[in-house]
Design a protein around this ligand. Structure first.
Ligand code: ATP
Length: 340
């Protein structure tokens, strides 16, 4: 089991600085997801770990030892890409065994390890097929087997399932999680899908503009974001602070939509004025969608009390967020961007 340390890593593509003093430590057998908007540098982190690019500054260490001078093929990092990149003329078994063949393993050793990897990813019976005879999900299972068969010190997954449909994605996610735990492989898993990150991660590292914004347990990122843009990324509603307090114009008032309560426009506990856009009554719960005065849309649901009159779409309403569910964040330039 290997620990992975990224120490103040900076990476440039010509004039573009893709990573800025990026620092993250991943424990032995830990699965960390790298999450963040498109272009924030997620793939660049994986490439730096795999040795596919040379950082401008900083260090990459496996078990505390720098691997910057170790060539890609000798690092012991295996990467799975969004596109399977299999050799079209080789069979499933040959594709999986290719890395072992390059490492000059014996025929018997290769056969045994390939058979085991095929078992791991649940592809028995398909050994002799070629990539064009496989479904998208099966192709990604082959890619995964090809990565695992070399017993990597570090497994790098770059949005490996984003081309698959939702059900299959869930299944593949579970398979990765199960194998990663069973084989105890230190893993970095890139995704831009927060649900995926929440579902598989021991820890999540959230990136913006080539830097870590927040790293921690999934629950902490979801419920205790450190900044307005982290909150926005995890689905919090951010509203101009002066809607609640005139002196807070330079801040955002933030709450999770599930903590907001819909109330009548004359309810003194209501805090934010808006118009009810839609309301679906499921008998015991009402699902609502409100457009606030500033144009922000908030969706939530709440228990309905039998017999109480529900407001109708188009009516003026108010939303209330309990004080302990409210967080305040400064409005910085980054949140100005996401608030647009
Ligand atoms: P996505 O989620 O869209 O895959 P990402 O978070 O993986 O994005 P990277 O691919 O790491 O982002 O790219 C980080 C930044 O570096 C982006 O601004 C991107 O445009 C830039 N970049 C990436 N590769 C190159 C390259 N080969 N040449 C120039 N700029 C690049």
């Amino acid at each position: 089991m290997t620990t992975l340390t990224l120490d103040r890593l900076s990476v440039d593509y010509g004039e573009t600085r893709a990573l800025r003093e990026f620092t993250l430590s991943i424990g032995a057998a830990e699965l960390v997801t790298l999450l963040g908007p498109s272009g924030c540098g997620k793939t660049t982190v994986l490439k730096a770990v795999a040795g596919l690019l040379a950082p401008a500054a900083g260090d990459v260490r496996f078990d505390g030892a720098s691997v910057l001078s170790v060539p890609t093929e000798a690092r012991g990092a295996a990467m799975v890409f969004q596109k399977p990149l299999l050799f079209p003329h080789l069979t499933v078994a040959e594709n999986i065994g290719f890395g072992l063949k390059m490492r000059r393993q014996s025929r018997a050793e290769i056969d045994a390890r390939v058979a085991q990897a095929i078992e791991w990813v649940r592809l028995p019976g398909l050994e002799k097929r070629r990539p064009h005879e496989l479904s998208g999900g099966q192709e990604q299972r082959v890619s995964l087997a090809r990565a695992l068969v070399i017993e990597p010190r570090v497994l790098l997954l770059d949005e490996p399932f984003s081309a698959l449909d939702e059900n299959l994605r869930g299944e593949m996610r579970q398979l990765v999680r199960e194998l990663q735990r069973r084989l105890r492989i230190t893993t970095l898993f890139v995704t831009h899908d927060q649900r995926e990150a929440l579902a598989v991660a021991d820890r999540i590292a959230l990136l913006f503009d080539g830097k870590i914004e927040q790293a921690g347990a999934p629950r902490d990122l979801l419920l205790a974001p450190v900044s307005a843009r982290a909150a926005r990324f995890f689905g919090w509603t951010l509203l101009p602070g002066d809607l609640l307090r005139p002196e807070m114009a330079a801040s955002f008032a933030a709450f999770r939509p599930e903590n907001a309560r819909l109330c009548a426009s004359d309810d003194p506990t209501g805090q934010f004025d808006g118009i009810l856009e839609s309301m679906i009554d499921y008998g015991t719960r009402r699902q609502w969608r409100v457009r606030l005065a500033g144009g922000e849309i908030v969706e939530g649901d709440q228990l309905s009390i039998p017999g109480d009159a529900a407001p109708a779409p188009g009516e003026r309403v108010k939303l209330a967020a309990p004080p302990d569910a409210l967080r305040w964040f400064p409005r910085d330039h980054a949140t100005q961007q996401i608030a647009e």
